[in-house]
Design a binder for this molecule. Structure first.
Ligand SMILES: [Zn+2]
Length: 346
């Protein structure tokens, strides 16, 4: 059984030109890294599914059909568009649940997750990657009511919440300004609502501000070890120590550019390169701090782990590598289960 800390399925459904992307997900005809059948073949319990507004220029170049209502000279979204894009992706999640006949469930509590473990339904925990579409706390409450249980306040670009963190190699995670006063207030607002606060796209300054504010465990849903791959999005030893002290978890990102010491996108990347990150994180975080955060449908994958149906091969490889069954269970789902239990408190 596998619980995965990060994927970008919902953004990919939104970008798709397929006339019925939800049907394609359910009927196994979707390309990319994730569909329902491959989740089942991968023995997935589920994971965190990100709602994410892709960069304007990316959408303009790759999915211009999504921007048809824009003026031709527009260079960025207008505020409403961001909110509508998030809502459209939530609507895909809702339709997947509704049309899946019990095979997929949006989970809002540990009871929901435990029921899915019993029923063998796929768990969708909704995560917001970059919260700039939300301008008032009443909207955070409205999204909580829709099922949102995890928030990454900042993504790559600056917003009302602070400066985010772009993938840059080689680069330090110290990229300047951190959270604004509003960003700090929203970290507390998320904790008050028992929502997970994701530090994966926080720069170093924002990370330490968050560490000062949070009493709940710190979680990096999809980041790796900076010492092994000096990518700005990866974590320094000092950050790992803080995550450990908080009782938090790091989900290992499977994108080869976040794993390899040369920072390259390379589909020939072997398991050993990923396993070095597991070893390092186990040493620095302990048995309960390490998990998966694949970035499927968002990252560049090796041909050894091209899609979610390859999880069983990855698990076999971890076993051959010498990890015990108990350790593999921790990495596969127990550590996510335990940290969500601590943060959600219900
Ligand atoms: Zn990300």
């Amino acid at each position: 059984m596998v619980f995965d800390g990060h994927n970008d399925l919902l953004a990919r459904l939104w970008l798709s030109s397929h006339p019925d992307p939800v049907g394609a997900f359910l009927n196994q005809t979707l390309d990319g890294h994730i569909d329902l059948r491959r989740c089942q073949q991968g023995r997935m319990l589920g994971g965190l599914f990100a709602i994410f507004v892709p960069p304007f220029d990316y959408v303009k170049a790759n999915a211009p059909h999504k921007l048809m209502q824009c003026l031709p000279d527009q260079t960025d979204y207008i505020a409403m568009q961001r909110y509508d894009i998030c809502m459209a992706q939530f609507e895909y999640a809702r339709q997947i649940e509704q049309r899946s006949q019990g095979q997929v469930k949006i989970c809002r509590s540990m009871a929901d997750i435990n029921a899915c473990m019993q029923n063998k339904s796929l768990v969708m925990v909704l995560h917001l990657e970059g919260a700039e579409a939300l301008t008032e706390l009443s909207q955070l409450d409205a999204w909580y009511d829709l099922g949102l249980r995890s928030v990454g306040l900042v993504w790559n670009q600056p917003s009302q919440f602070g400066h985010g963190l772009q993938a840059k190699f080689p680069h330090s995670p110290n990229t300047g300004l951190g959270l604004t006063a509003l960003g700090e207030a929203w970290v507390l607002a998320c904790e008050n609502r028992s929502m997970l606060v994701d530090v994966s796209h926080m720069n170093e300054h924002a990370f330490w501000q968050t560490q000062q504010l949070l009493t709940q465990p710190m979680v990096a849903t999809h980041s790796n070890v900076h010492r092994l791959c000096p990518q700005a999005r990866n974590l320094l030893d000092t950050q790992l120590s803080a995550i450990k002290a908080s009782g938090g978890v790091v989900g290992v990102n499977f994108d080869t550019a976040f794993l390899r010491s040369d920072g390259k996108r390379n589909k020939d990347t072997p398991y050993q390169v990923m396993f070095a990150h597991f070893d390092y994180l186990l040493e620095h975080l302990g048995e309960h701090g390490v998990a998966f955060g694949s970035d499927y449908d968002g990252g560049f994958m090796s041909s050894y782990w091209p899609s979610v149906d390859y999880f069983p091969y990855l698990i076999d490889a971890l076993c051959d590598y010498g990890y015990s069954d108990a350790r593999i269970e921790n990495i596969c789902y127990q550590n996510w289960h335990a940290v969500l239990n601590k943060i959600w408190k219900s």
